[in-house]
Design a protein around this ligand. Sequence first.
Ligand code: GLU
Ligand code: MG
Length: 433
Amino acid sequence: MMPLIFAATSDIAGKVRGKAFPADDIEKRLTRGVGWTPTNVQINCFDGIAESPFGALGDLLLIPDARTEVKADFGETIEHFMLGDIVTLEGEPWDFCTRSLLKSALERLERVAGVRLLAAFEHEFQIKGETELVGEGYGRNGFEARRALCETLMGQISAAGLKPDSIMKEYGQNQYEVVIGPEEGVKAADAAVIVRELTRSTARHLGEAATYTPIRDPASVGNGVHIHMSFLDKDGQPVTYDAEGPCGMSSLTSAFAAGVLKYLDSILALTAPSVISYLRLTPHRWSAAYNNLGFRDREASLRVCPVTAKDPDSVARQFNIEYRAADAAASPHLALAAVVHAGVQGIEEGLTAPAPTEEDLSLLSPKALEERGFVRLPETLRSALEHLDGNATVSGWFPDKFVPLYKAHKTSEIGHVADLDVQAQCTAYEQTY
Ligand code: GLU
Ligand code: MG
């Protein structure tokens, strides 16, 4: 047996793809990478290949980043992998590398606002197969039924150098939620990929299968990805909170939040990018259906989270806002890049966050919603893609050819499930995520 390291990218299909090389070659591979093919970016989550501007042409390199190394010891197997960046043969970041797109969004945040981002991804997933567990939302027995999975997963997360926070039996059938502590910048998205991969691996080694599909059962709740965000200034001081600000938001946080809400309908195709994502983004599933800000409200797209700390410094560090309109069909890097760009846009435009809602927006008439500046978020992937493509500001955050390529990619994915009924669409997605 020859130990191998898998060099991986989290691509625009939200899949983790790459190539393995002998572990002994690591020094060489950290600079020279592994060869990569441009058209790979158009492989959709169902193995179809969308229209590609590259065809059979071109060469790229996928360069693993040693800081993302995971060596998950499962006894009989060690799963050794690293995430990396896709670069051209000249060494420039490739326009469709999600990790590079996130780096450029974070650079913009630093340039415009002088701050760095801390982010923590909260993930929901489900164990596949039939279940005998009934009535176990948040239940101890539901947790005990998979204590081994939870303990193994949290152990692997810690061994990967990340910060396990909590894990529980969520409300949905066979649904669990895993939370990790915040990481700075690109590492936050790397951590999200690692958590998803370790969940799948842990389940597999225990003879089960985990799915991060956005929704398994149209009659129940979905699997959300909630992104908690806060900001540090150049001295590492927290600048998210202001005791005098609305709901505790500093003016920076308020402008960032306002930007996210203003551009939400146009970034949704990047954060909730599957056909069935739009079954989840409907009222009364505690996900997100309108472009509203909530104060401790779990049915808002953007939520000001509660703080449990008491002393002023800890309050300022713990205070964060949470983006809830994301799911795990999205690459964490691409989703975070979109949210950060929208927030920075809000800062550049000098926006102020609207007052938080404290009611059920689904009860308001279309006229009342419009008068108060709320929009129902796009209700299909196709509509979300039109919003993305139609918003020149949002397209302008990305390299020139990015939005057309992304649209072609997602259009091929839509075609794959177009003739299926809703339950069959869910089943198809469950197989791939
Ligand atoms: N399952 C809900 C979602 O799809 C989230 C429930 C919660 O943790 O508040 O986002
Ligand atoms: Mg949850």
